[in-house]
Structure formats: C-alpha cells, structure tokens
Design a protein around this ligand. Structure first.
Ligand SMILES: [Fe+2]
Ligand SMILES: [Fe+2]
Length: 481
C-alpha cells in the first residue's frame, strides 16, 4: 500500500494500515460514537445539517494533499494521518542523540510521553468547544466556512492523539482517550487541562486572535514534538503542522481584514486620530486601541501555555529525546546542551533582569522566545496594512511580564511596557490595556451574522482571494433552514 495515500475503505480513513491492525481499528471504532456524541454536544452549535465546503486530506503528500467538497460536518471523514516515514531517522537530540528513532514507546519514558500526548490532545477539542457559538454571528459565509474548517481539523487532531494513545498505551491509553471526550472547556468539575483553553472566545475578534496566538502556540508545541525520537509522534505532528498553517492564516488575515476596514472607514470619515474611539466606533468598525487590547489579552494568555521559564520537566523531556527545540535539526550545536547556558528573564529583587540559566532547564523560555519572534513578524505585517492606509498607529506585543498567570511574573503586575506596578496603579489602568466590559459589549453589538454569498459584515474587509480559488460570491456554506 502506498502510505502517501489515505485508505477510505475502513470507517476511519487512515494511512497507517488499520485494515491490518484489527486491535487498534476496533478500539478506534469503539471510540467513534462517543466522539460523534461529543461533536454534537460540544461542537459547532446549529450547523450540523448545513453543507460546508471543506477540505479533507486524501494524501499526506505536501503537494496536493487535500480535496474540497460540500460535506455535513458530522459526516466529515476524520482520520489518522502520519507524514511519510523518513528513512533511517535518528533521535535528533538528548541523551540518545544519534540512535535510530524509536518505533515503539521506550519503557522508561512511557509516563512522560503519555502525559505530553494527553496534554496536546486535550487542547484540540477544547478549542472547538470554545468556538462553538461563533457560527451564529459569522461576518460572512467565507468566514463561517473557515471557522468550521478549523473546527473539523482540531477534531482530527484529537483523533491523531487518540490513535497514538490507543495504539501504543494499552488500557491506560484507552482510558485517557475516553477522558479527552469527558472534559469540557470552562467546566467547573472537569475543565480542560490548560488555562487558555478554559477562557471564552466570545466574538470573532477573539476567534481571530485565538487562531493567530493560541494556534501558534500549538504550532510551536507541534514543532518541538515533531522532533521527537518517538517516530510515530514525530510523523503525526508533522502532518498536523500542514493543517495548522491554515488556522494561523485564518487568524492573521482575519485581524488584517479588520484593521483594513477600520483604517479605511477612518480615512473616509476624515478621522486622523486613532484614539477618537467614540467617533470611530460610531462608524461601525473596531477602533485600533481595542484591537491592541485584545492582542494584549490573547498574547499574554498564550505565553502562559509555555509553562515556567525554568523547568526540570522540560529538561527531562529533552534529555529523554521526547520533546526537542524548534527546528532542532537546523541548530548547529551538540543537541545535548550539557554545560550550555541560555538567558532567561527573571524577577530578581523586584527588578526584571536577564539571568543565565542552564540551557536544559531554560527550554520553555527558548521555545517561548522563538514563538515571540514568530508572533512579531505577523504584527509587523499588520502594521504594514495600517501604514499603507496612512493612519498613524502601531500595534505592539506587550512585555512578557504583562498579565501573566504562570512563571516568573505571575506574582507581579506589569504594564505592557514592562513597568512594575502596585495593585492600585494596575487596577486604575488595566482597562486601558485589557478589553473592558464596555469594549466587549461594543464588539458584541457588531457581531451580526451575514449569510448572503459574497457579502461581509461592515466591520471587516473581504479577503483578497477565495478558498480553493473560488470567486467572491461563492456559497461556502449552504445553510440548512
Ligand atoms: Fe490542532
Ligand atoms: Fe489549530
């Protein structure tokens, strides 16, 4: 069988030879009804009968892996897809550096590996739950379709992790797979595992920020797991990254189109000052300072996902060959890091300082730094959009000490420029830096659904090109009445 192509003869589409793996096929088929129940209960509200123009993976060949067609979301063919095996792949870092990559779970690292897979798996359905009501207020059919594409692919990412659990972790793996369907974002008794995945995604600006910032954290985590010495995990993550790129595209262009529309409306109305918030809002567009506040919120929540800057867990996972660095194989060093140092921002005697730490324990910080660089490039592209319209305003990433709940800065309050503040000063100014109730109410008011093909809500510009090269008035979703 050509493992580039996906086998659709089984109930679970796959390129992992499930027809010859009765035990795992059975386990996945047993899990499937619970998954569909979860989708109907916690997935997109109200569109399960609608026909959505979605892409489905038909191959894992980077050139031409997907086909597009109308499908009802509950009928989407969620499958198990691994990137092609790299011949003679070696463990690319850690104490086993240079040994052949593992095709089975190394016994001594079993618990750590299972935990990392479960944490990654937990984020996938969580984001679908967070976004479940957004369909009701989509600014266009184009955006509605993109939301649902992201949702079904996050569902598939859950399948990807559940496959690993069921194939390689026996009974515990099956229990973990069931628990992944039991937890719910924001639930009091069974919340999702990570903070940012229990926050609300109340409006489309949040959705775009989420797919820009939080899916990008997902990208960084997948990049470092794609380096794993455990080859099935590496291959799984490599294919997930292909899909993830679209999620970040949705976020970046969504914000870009929002900015574009705001600046054009300001120009047309002759408003020069971006801080004339009331006047700008009266135009029915989202003022740039409010976009900055949303950015501050989502960036800071996403930074928390990297964990503590200094972490022995991260060091252990690296030493074990389980979780590497961003683009590990492109880094020119010994890939063991014993004796190396890495600078970490820390709070020392009440002052923010750069302190050299052992590179091994500073791996979370390093991955977060790589993430910040990646985010910064997107922010620059947004600023270019603003600049082109002639509006004088620059979006900026806030300081990493701003609004943190995890790591070095969780006990202090800091402004977006990294100035430390006492509680009184913070409380007085926090509405300048984070979305307030009034900001949320204003945005909520703008969120009216637009479902006529080719039409867009007034607060957002149309995209430059359609999905799958479709024309501007293409009916991306045929909404069932
Ligand atoms: Fe994902
Ligand atoms: Fe994603």
């Amino acid at each position: 069988m050509n493992l580039m192509n996906v086998d659709y003869s089984t109930q679970i589409p796959n390129n992992v030879g499930l027809t010859d793996d009765a035990r795992v096929l059975k386990a996945l088929e047993t899990w499937h009804p619970g998954y569909i129940d979860w989708w109907k209960d916690a997935g997109p509200e109200g569109f399960n009968e609608s026909l959505v123009y979605l892409r489905t993976a038909v191959s894992v060949d980077p050139k031409g892996w997907a086909k597009f067609d109308y499908v009802k979301m509950p009928d989407y063919r969620w499958g198990v897809l691994l990137a092609p095996a790299e011949e003679n792949r070696k463990v690319p870092f850690g104490q086993a550096y240079g040994e052949p990559a593992w095709q089975e779970v190394p016994g001594e690292h079993r618990a750590m590996l299972r935990r990392l897979i479960v944490i990654q798996g937990d984020t996938e359905p969580a984001s679908v739950e967070q976004q479940r009501f957004l369909g009701k207020t989509a600014p266009s059919l184009y955006d509605l379709r993109n939301l649902f594409q992201v949702n079904v692919e996050e569902g598939r990412h859950l399948w990807a992790m559940v496959y690993l659990l069921q194939k390689y972790f026996g009974r515990d793996g099956r229990e973990e797979a069931d628990d992944l369907l039991r937890r719910r974002s924001g639930s009091a008794d069974a919340p999702r595992m990570l903070g940012a995945f229990n926050e609300e995604t109340p409006d489309w600006l949040s959705f775009f920020m989420f797919t820009f910032f939080t899916d990008r954290d997902g990208k960084m985590q997948l990049e470092s797991l794609a380096q794993s010495g455990f080859d099935p995990l590496s291959r799984t993550c490599r294919f997930m990254l292909t899909e993830e790129a679209h999620h970040m595209f949705v976020g970046e262009t969504g914000i870009g189109r929002t900015i574009q529309r705001t600046c054009e409306a300001m120009k047309a109305a002759g408003i020069e000052d971006p801080n004339e918030i009331a006047k700008i809002r009266a135009l029915g567009v989202i003022d740039l300072p409010t976009i900055q506040k949303k950015l501050n919120l989502h960036y800071s929540l996403s930074l928390d996902l990297f964990g503590s800057e200094v972490s022995t867990n991260a060091a252990n996972a690296f030493n074990a060959g389980i979780k590497g660095r961003f683009q590990e194989t492109k880094i020119a060093d010994d890939h063991r890091l014993t004796g190396d140092i890495y600078p970490v921002l820390k709070l020392v005697d009440g002052v923010i300082r750069r302190v050299d730490e052992p590179a091994l324990t500073a791996l979370n910080m390093r991955l977060r730094d790589d993430y910040t660089v990646d985010c910064g490039k997107g922010v620059e592209r947004w600023n270019k959009i603003i600049e082109k319209t002639g509006v004088k305003f620059k979006l900026e990433l806030p300081h990493v000490a701003f609004h943190r709940q995890i790591g070095e800065f969780k006990t202090v309050k800091a402004s977006p420029t990294g100035e430390l503040l006492d509680d009184a000063a913070w409380n007085k100014r926090k509405d300048e830096w984070l979305p307030s109730k009034a900001d949320g109410d204003f945005i909520a008011e703008l969120m009216k659904p637009v479902s006529e093909p080719g039409k867009f809500a007034d607060w957002i510009s149309p995209p430059k090109v359609g999905i799958d090269n479709k024309p501007g008035d293409f009916e991306y979703v045929k909404i069932a009445e």
